[in-house]
Design a protein. Structure first.
Length: 215
């Protein structure tokens, strides 16, 4: 009961999509009708500017952190706590539920973002040290390729590999979470992959080493 309720709460928390909340407060702006049509921070930056995007990122990271770092320890009135073996999985499961909520939010017609900012928050709640290889991989790929989407996919795929190297072939909660996130990020970025193959995906020229001075 405790596990199921907290997973549901994690999903509902994740369904509070930062860009759509801020857009409504700003007078009904829906960035899903602008730019790439995605409700994430990158499209928010491109269509609404840095101030809007920063608030969006803070909201989306915070809910992932709350789901993985705070929600598992919350005592629900009248609900028995989970058995110790299940409690070990609660942070990972609640964190993943929040990412699912961000991608498919019940409050916003199941049309959300791609989950990367919420993933970062969830990893911070699980194990902040995992942010180091995540960010290092993301930055290296975006500087070499210029593609934010590709960097997000490669960084998500790199985390399970890092955990296997660090911890060995043990199906821990962290490894299961990382594997689930890698599959989900690859799925949510399938449009980016198609555009990269077609040559129509925009590059982050301020971060792209080979694009300095380009148009």
């Amino acid at each position: 009961m405790d596990l199921g309720l907290k997973v549901l709460l994690g999903y509902l928390l994740g369904s509070v999509v930062g860009s759509l909340v801020v857009g409504r407060l700003k007078g009904g702006v829906d960035i899903r009708r602008m730019g790439s049509g995605n409700a994430g921070a990158t499209n928010a930056l491109r269509t609404q500017g840095p101030a809007f995007a920063i608030v969006v990122i803070i909201i989306d990271i915070a809910k992932g952190w709350l789901a993985a770092g705070w929600l598992p320890g919350l005592k629900l009135p009248g609900v028995p706590v989970s058995a110790p073996e299940l409690a070990l999985w609660l942070p990972a499961v609640c964190g993943f539920a929040s990412i699912i909520g961000h991608c498919f939010p019940v409050w916003h017609g199941f049309r959300g973002g791609k989950g990367v900012a919420t993933l970062v928050g969830a990893f911070a709640g699980l194990d902040p040290w995992l942010l180091l290889p995540l960010f290092a991989t993301w930055l290296a790929v975006v500087m070499v390729s210029g593609f934010v989407g590709l960097a997000s996919v490669v960084a998500a795929l790199a985390l399970p590999v890092y955990l296997l190297i660090r911890d060995g072939a043990v199906m821990s909660a962290a490894l299961a979470f990382a594997l689930g996130c890698a599959v989900l990020v690859l799925f949510t970025h399938r449009g980016n992959v198609r555009r990269m193959r077609a040559g129509s995906e925009p590059r982050a020229r301020r971060l792209w080493l080979f694009g300095r001075g380009g148009a």
